[in-house]
Design a protein around this ligand. Structure first.
Ligand SMILES: Nc1ncnc2c1ncn2[C@@H]1O[C@H](COP(=O)(O)OP(=O)(O)OP(=O)(O)O)[C@@H](O)[C@H]1O
Ligand SMILES: [Mg+2]
Ligand SMILES: [Zn+2]
Length: 417
């Protein structure tokens, strides 16, 4: 991609609407723009990051044996009345009427829809267990939409649902999802903690939250100092650790990026989602559900990875991994060397994603924009280096620089990526 053509409107000043650094940086670096409260457009850079999260999520969910589907956003009220959540959900549910005055809602979550689907598609123990997931837009009319993508009213979620013949099989899949979530957040380069949580409106039995550690997080995490127990604040009625009885704990803050639940038969019994077992007896299916806030995860990564100059993307999330920057685009040799490197790195069949800074701007201003955007590696093509046939490779995270022969740099970078 040529920088001169990239739609990434950067802002010089901190936007007034943003309170936390990750939100400020997403706006300032031109990743997102607000349409209405809690409703955002993803600009090209923002969408690339979002797609990087969903790619890792897809790979790991598929590897774990889950199958991807895509359910409707528009959901008939009847399903929600069956489970009683049409009343319970209150104002957070976006409700609408069609032209025949029939009630619908925009899905804040999909337990009702998936339970209805499985009820009508699976009847026998032979077809169980099954885990289905989707990556899709959710709608919640939050009381306090804020912090940009962290708490939106329209936001991207990966939600998965599993169906089992019994509790033991649910426990097995719950552990499988637990490990899958750990792999996803590790691959994305995040520091996180798994904590025991209250189940809230989705409900059922046991649940755990995946918390990205950050000072600005909305959630408080109780960490026992005597053992490895951690829980969300709302779960702890008495101020003692339920695992070891200790009352010494530390409170840290986090951002909830994932939530896994054992639902049991909460939905299947109300909606009569049953199967026939080996003895020809009808049994309710035992369910689990597993969510990841895709956009919240991307923004949480910024909260953990930034400095005074801008974002420092972990490599798997970076919208472009490398920026090729000629010091002066008007100088023929610099331009030609830079262009050649750009083409070689981008490669015919994909290669890595590279941004070519072809703008006619001062080098200082160009580097500033690239640092704000958070591109992990800069390849700077300047007159001094070229005299010795070299270009400068500079890492965003630690500022480390190396001079590398211009003929070798493509292969050299391919190896170090
Ligand atoms: N309003 C929102 N904006 C962006 N992401 C969200 C929002 N609400 C939830 N998520 C993400 O979706 C995931 C699964 O949804 P879940 O229903 O478990 O969230 P939740 O418990 O309501 O979250 P919270 O307590 O932050 O409201 C959450 O772990 C979170 O990462
Ligand atoms: Mg919520
Ligand atoms: Zn303890």
């Amino acid at each position: 991609m040529k920088f001169s053509q990239l739609v990434a409107p950067t802002l010089r000043e901190d936007p007034a609407e943003a309170e936390i650094v990750s939100h400020k940086l997403l706006l300032r670096a031109g990743f997102i723009r607000k349409l209405a409260t809690g409703v955002y457009t993803y600009l090209p850079l923002g969408l690339k990051v979002l797609n990087n999260v969903t790619r890792v999520v897809r790979e790991e969910m598929d590897r774990a044996g889950a199958q991807e589907i895509f359910m409707p956003v528009l959901q008939p009220a009847e399903l929600w009345q069956e489970t009683g959540r049409w009343k319970q959900y209150g104002k957070e549910l976006f409700r609408i009427k069609d032209r025949h005055e029939r009630d619908f809602c925009l899905g804040p979550t999909h337990e009702e829809v998936i339970t209805d689907l499985v009820k009508n598609s699976i009847n026998s123990y032979r077809s169980l267990p099954v885990t289905l997931y989707q990556i899709q837009t959710k709608f919640r009319d939050e009381i306090r939409p804020r912090f940009g993508l962290m708490r939106g009213r329209e936001f991207m979620m990966k939600d998965a649902y599993s169906f089992h013949p019994n509790e033991a099989d649910l426990d097995r899949e719950y552990q499988n999802m637990h490990q899958t979530y750990c792999r996803i957040f590790e691959r994305l380069g995040l520091k996180f903690r798994v904590v025991e949580a209250a189940a809230g409106l989705i409900g059922g039995g046991y649940s755990q939250e995946f918390m990205v550690l950050a000072e600005t997080g909305e959630d408080e995490i109780f960490c026992c100092q005597a053992c490895d127990y951690a829980a969300s604040r709302e779960l702890l009625e008495a101020n003692v650790c339920p695992k070891c009885g200790s009352s010494k704990y530390e409170l840290i803050r986090g951002i909830e990026v994932g939530h896994i639940f054992k639902l049991g038969t909460k939905y299947s019994s109300k909606m009569k989602c049953v199967y026939v077992d080996e003895n020809n007896q009808e049994q309710p299916m035992v369910m689990g559900c597993y969510g990841i806030g895709v956009a919240r995860t991307a923004q949480a990564a910024i909260e953990q990875n930034h400095d005074k100059d801008g974002i420092i993307w972990p490599m798997p999330l970076a919208p472009y991994k490398i920026a090729v920057v000629p010091v002066n685009i008007e100088e023929t040799e610099q331009r030609e060397v830079a262009e050649k490197l750009y083409r070689a790195m981008s490669g015919e069949g994909g290669g890595v994603s590279v941004l070519f800074d072809d703008r006619d701007k001062r080098i200082g201003a160009k580097l500033k924009d690239i640092d704000l955007i958070g591109i992990p590696i800069k390849v700077i093509v300047g007159p001094k280096g070229l005299k010795e046939g070299k270009v400068e490779v500079k890492w965003r995270r630690d500022g480390k620089t190396e001079l590398v022969a211009k003929e070798k740099v493509v292969e050299w970078l391919a190896q170090s990526l």
